[in-house]
Design a protein around this ligand. Structure first.
Ligand SMILES: [Zn+2]
Length: 169
């Protein structure tokens, strides 16, 4: 599989209601690979073109799923984050201004239509948008980097008293 096999003529894809499904290793999605702890697993995706005849508008629907290894913000260990995300993109003909996203209350994002639209970055974008801001295990403990040195040092108990940290847990 190469990125090139997922390039579509976006307007034709939408007008004809075409469909494209596949999967891509997380390690091949550079922006996602940067935010994960381990580049394991695949992102499965399902991309469908759609033409709304009433609005005479062309859309691309994206569904993506998989499991990413994120870093828990509490214990700082890896945690699996299973996801299934959906997004709808409105194709705007080249040369036309994209609708102002600030004013846009619809639940789709406008993108410029292209004869050579790369699907994988769009799939990646949907997953990035859905990433939890501060992922956390349901149950875990924050790391205690002082634990080892406290055991070793006779002064640790004294320090704990002084810092008032003796009874926190
Ligand atoms: Zn954790």
């Amino acid at each position: 599989m190469s990125r090139e096999s997922y390039i579509v003529d976006s307007a034709a894809f939408a007008r004809e209601g075409r469909h494209l499904a596949g999967s891509c290793p997380v390690s091949r999605l550079e922006r996602l690979a940067e935010v994960v702890v381990a580049e394991s697993g695949d992102v499965k995706f399902d991309v469908t073109g759609y033409r709304d005849e009433d609005q005479d508008a062309l859309f691309i629907d994206i569904v993506a799923s998989g499991t990413l290894m994120l870093r828990c913000q509490r214990c700082l260990e890896a945690m699996p984050w299973p996801f299934e995300v959906e997004g709808r993109l409105l194709l705007v003909p080249p040369g036309q201004p994209l609708p102002d996203e600030e004013l846009d209350e619809e639940d789709f994002d406008p993108i410029e239509a292209s004869r050579t639209l790369e699907v994988l970055p769009l799939v990646e974008e949907e997953v990035l948008l859905a990433l939890p801001f501060a992922p956390r295990h349901e149950q875990c403990e924050p790391p205690r980097p002082l634990a080892e040195s406290e055991k070793e040092s006779p002064f640790a108990a004294l320090k704990q008293l002084r810092d008032g940290k003796g009874n926190e847990t």
